[in-house]
Design a protein around this ligand. Structure first.
Ligand code: FAD
Length: 342
């Protein structure tokens, strides 16, 4: 672990040449930041351990079609984010989900009132991240394990020991607990990240032969191991079929955190059957564990940045635990880093 600071001369030179920036994490926050800085003229490289960008906005393919097994939809309250979402809609990578929403408890369905406008990626949630990633230097399938001081820069290395290059600025755009070791060169930032608790969430992707006879497409489930169930195939641009995503409540997830997905899937299918008072026999039911789903509670800073050391962090845990928060956080940090060029 090194914490030496850049020399005065290196700080001066960074005002002339844009600093090289590494972004660890190709979720919405990292991609938003990387795209903004790339367009502003910074040399930016993004690394992600996943097979493709999107993080918690991923879309997964099952036997019967695709599922958004992480983020279900997003809303837009901030005017800047509303403008961004409008451009995604115009490009055809997002659309309104005009589903029927409400709550479900013990077989009783209550339709929602005053629903917000809900957006989804098209043809899957990950389309938004893929749209942001185009034109950005993104390398997937590499887990960054070390961020070490090397002269006036930071040297990155993967868990396989591969040297990934040196950068004047490094951003951890990953869930808070995963950011802690990457921020060890800036102990103040690492401590802020270490104080954030992120709740896990078990998700189940379930395909059925016939439509589930519920008059809703998205339900907040009460009094159940589940918190949410959605007819994923009702979202715009999805292939035909009857596919649902179930999300477990935090208490259930914590209790079953280390169990095998094969053991968890039937428990949550059964919980949904009970809540809806229906006999459900899915053709396919696959569970996925999100170890760090949402910050409870998130920070309010927007983003963390140590300009002297050139280390920063962004993500939904800095600004609201939602897709909109992740975007706002990426924008907030990109503005701070852009100041280094002036
Ligand atoms: C089950 C679930 C349901 C949700 N529902 C909603 C919803 O309905 N509406 C809503 O607005 N939000 C929802 N969210 C939250 C939303 O998904 C997140 O707010 C948003 O996607 C976070 O983006 P991010 O960029 O901050 O982080 P992430 O999307 O988590 O991106 C971080 C990326 O970093 C990568 N990474 C981590 N460590 C490393 C490393 N060492 N090296 C390389 N790469 C690394 C990961 O692979 C990942 O791609 C939900 C989340 C979950 C899990």
């Amino acid at each position: 672990m090194a914490s030496s600071q850049p020399s005065d001369s290196s700080r001066h030179s960074s005002t002339v040449t844009p600093p090289r920036v590494a972004v660890i994490g190709a979720g919405l926050s990292g991609l938003t930041l990387a795209r903004f800085l790339t367009e502003t003229g910074f040399p930016v490289k993004v690394f992600d351990k996943g097979r493709s960008p999107a993080g918690r906005m991923s879309t997964r393919r099952g036997d019967g079609g695709t599922y958004d097994h992480g983020a279900q939809y997003f809303t837009a309250r901030d005017p800047g984010f509303q403008r961004m979402v409008r451009t995604w809609v115009e490009r055809g990578i997002a659309a309104e989900w005009r589903g029927r929403f409400g709550s479900l408890e013990d077989g009783t369905v209550t339709p929602g009132s005053e629903d917000p406008v809900r957006y989804v990626g098209v043809p899957g949630m990950s389309a938004v991240a893929q749209g942001l990633a185009s034109g950005v230097d993104v390398r997937c399938g590499v887990r960054v394990e070390h961020v070490r001081r090397e002269g006036a820069a930071w040297a990155l290395a993967s868990d396989a020991g591969e040297a990934l290059g040196t950068f004047e600025v490094v951003v951890a755009a990953v869930p808070a607990p995963q950011a802690v070791p990457l921020l060890s060169g800036a102990p103040g930032l690492a401590a802020r990240a270490a104080g954030v608790v992120m709740e896990p969430c078990w998700a189940v992707m379930m395909e059925l032969e016939a439509p589930v006879p519920l008059p809703l497409d998205g339900v907040f489930v009460q009094g159940s191991p589940l918190s949410w169930a959605a007819r994923d195939s009702s979202k715009p641009g999805r292939s035909a079929g009857e596919r649902w995503v179930l999300h477990a409540a935090p208490e259930f997830t914590r209790e079953h955190l280390e169990e095998a997905p094969e053991a968890v899937a039937p428990l949550l299918v059964e919980a949904f059957s009970r809540a809806a008072r229906l006999e459900l026999r899915p053709r396919e039911a696959v569970a996925h564990r999100w170890r760090y789903a949402r910050a409870e509670p998130p920070l309010t800073e927007g983003a963390l940045f140590d300009a002297e050391r050139g280390l920063g962090a962004c993500g939904d845990w800095c600004a609201g635990s939602r897709v909109e928060g992740a975007w706002l956080s990426g924008v907030a940090l990109s503005r701070k880093i852009a100041l280094l060029q002036r």
